[in-house]
Design a protein around this ligand. Structure first.
Ligand code: GN1
Length: 510
């Protein structure tokens, strides 16, 4: 199978003038027709990895917020989180190389779980990955249709021994987090939470949370996957956050709170409609809300010394960073786009809170934290921390943490929006053929190459004072260059955005 698939892949790439794929922002991601061979190699690689470590690993098949024709592979290590940089490089080298399956591995067998989203291509790609795993002599176990964070949590939980035979216990994820939520929230939360499921897998799994939490939280589902061919189409968090529009099936009611998930339920935004104005709660505000509460709880026990840090990206609104550092007195750090970078950076703190502006994030903590928090009798904080999916940023568990906090702090969405005021910002994207020529600094806040393009960008920006900023970077998930501009005046930001886009159009191959 390998030589035949490899040749097919080579010809397909050649015909469409594409290069070999790389393990990007969140794994391999491309139009699904390019992914058969990649899936096969990923299966073999992960199969071998599990046979060399005796740990259970995972491959999630999803392209999250991307178009329905795209798909991808996200590798889930034994404890959730991300592969190391070295492992990422190795998997990329393995996919590109002619290396055949090595028969000698440290152990005779290994186990790899495979999960998938609702895309039409996901099922056949799942079969290909399973065949690759078998080729490596490992056991592939199909977990079926699950959200990415649910999948990562199940892999993590089974490696920790919290649950066995996860192939028939996908709902362990629901039970585990509902149980904690019901310990935290004893009486009904006012109002109704409307959850837009992006017509994807999150919308399907939310049903179980809706049923299990019915006594304390009223959930209404919209775009919950009945029209799966419309995945991410005019709905979901990416649509709401990037297009700044309400999702389809939106119905206004002043007593409702609104939340949108993305296609594989790892991102979350909340929003409100106030006098016909859509106001969006992006990732930065979740970080602020969670940090405020954690800090407030820790202050009850001055003897308890734990470090807290917040990790953001160049897309974070500068007003949030200012609030975090100046008002909350918490350290804020920038990492490159992609939760793999944020998740790693968050481990530098005892409690690390990371969020991308698009609503992908988590509160993660080191092993000793729960024990310490218990010793100091901060039982509510302990439950709150346990509510955060430790395997990966999770839209559904982040909803539970948010609902608990808004209720406890007696805050509504307007109160949350009033904590600080965002600077106006604008994000656009330009489809290009050669995004790789763009290089930025590590934090992705400034362009480094091509030098002549950088000089032209600097020239444009020199016309504005330094309260304005723009960042230009190649996407890791789409064939686009992203432009993000921020500053005090909306009109000026639009002007900056259009000038930068014009410049890029004249410079790049479109
Ligand atoms: C600006 C933006 O939202 N970028 C997203 C997007 O990455 P890009 O590399 O920008 O395409 O998809 C990633 C995976 O979901 C997500 O981690 C990231 O935040």
């Amino acid at each position: 199978m390998d030589p035949q698939l490899r040749e097919e892949h080579r010809q397909l790439l050649e015909k469409n003038q594409k290069q070999l794929l790389s393990y990007g922002t969140s794994g391999f991601r491309e139009e699904s027709k390019y992914l058969k061979f990649v899936g096969w190699r990923v299966g073999i690689f992960i199969g071998l990895m599990s046979k060399n470590t005796k740990l259970k690993l995972g491959v999630m098949i999803t392209a999250s917020h991307n178009k329905i024709i795209d798909n991808g592979f996200k590798i889930v290590p034994p404890k959730g989180g991300m592969l190391s940089i070295e492992e990422e490089q190795n998997i990329e080298i393995f996919y590109k190389s002619d290396e055949i399956v090595k028969s000698e591995t440290l152990y005779d067998t290994g186990i790899v779980y495979v999960g998938r989203d609702t895309r039409p291509s996901s099922e056949s790609l799942c079969q290909i990955v399973l065949e690759g795993i078998k080729e490596a002599g490992a056991i592939g176990i199909n977990l079926g249709i699950v959200t990415t964070p649910q999948f990562a949590f199940l892999v993590y939980a089974t490696n920790l021994g919290l649950v066995n035979q996860i192939e028939s216990k996908q709902e362990f994820f629901v039970e585990y987090f509902c149980d904690i939520f019901l310990q935290l929230v004893k009486s009904p939360i006012k109002g109704t939470l409307v959850i837009d499921g992006a017509e994807g897998v999150g919308g399907i799994w939310i049903k179980q949370f809706q049923e299990k939490l019915a006594t304390v939280l009223t959930i209404k589902r919209i775009n919950y996957g009945e029209e799966s061919h419309l995945l991410n189409d005019c709905c979901g968090s990416e649509f709401v956050q990037k297009e700044k529009k309400l999702p389809k099936s939106f119905v206004y009611d002043p007593t409702y709170r609104y939340a949108s998930l993305d296609g594989d339920a790892d991102r979350l935004v909340y929003y409100s409609l106030d006098q016909n104005k859509l106001q969006i709660i992006e990732g930065d505000r979740f970080a602020v809300l969670f940090a405020m509460y954690i800090k407030q709880q820790l202050e009850k026990q001055p003897g308890l010394k734990l470090t807290i840090g917040i990790i953001q990206t160049a897309y974070a609104n500068s007003a949030s960073t200012k609030y975090i550092t100046e008002q909350l007195g918490i350290q804020a750090k920038y990492a490159p786009t992609g939760v793999k970078y944020l998740h790693r950076a968050a481990h530098e703190f005892d409690i690390g809170i990371y969020f991308e502006a698009n609503g992908h994030g988590a509160v993660i903590y080191e092993n000793h934290v729960l024990q310490k928090v218990k010793e100091f009798e901060l039982f509510e904080l302990e439950l709150f921390l346990r509510l955060s999916n430790q395997a990966i940023g999770d839209a559904i568990t982040n909803i539970l943490m948010t609902e608990f906090l808004l209720n406890k702090l007696e805050m509504n969405i307007q109160d949350w929006l009033l904590i600080y005021s965002d600077y106006p910002a604008l994000s656009t994207k330009l489809y290009v053929k050669n995004k790789q020529i763009i290089k930025t600094n590590y934090e992705e806040t400034s362009l480094i190459e091509p030098i002549d393009l950088k000089l032209k960008v600097d020239e444009i920006m020199s016309k504005y004072d330094n309260t304005y900023r723009t960042c230009i970077r190649p996407s890791g998930t789409e064939n686009v260059v992203r432009v993000h501009s921020e500053g005090p005046e909306v009109e000026i930001i639009r002007e900056i955005d259009s000038r930068i886009n014009e410049l890029l159009k004249s410079y790049m191959e479109i």
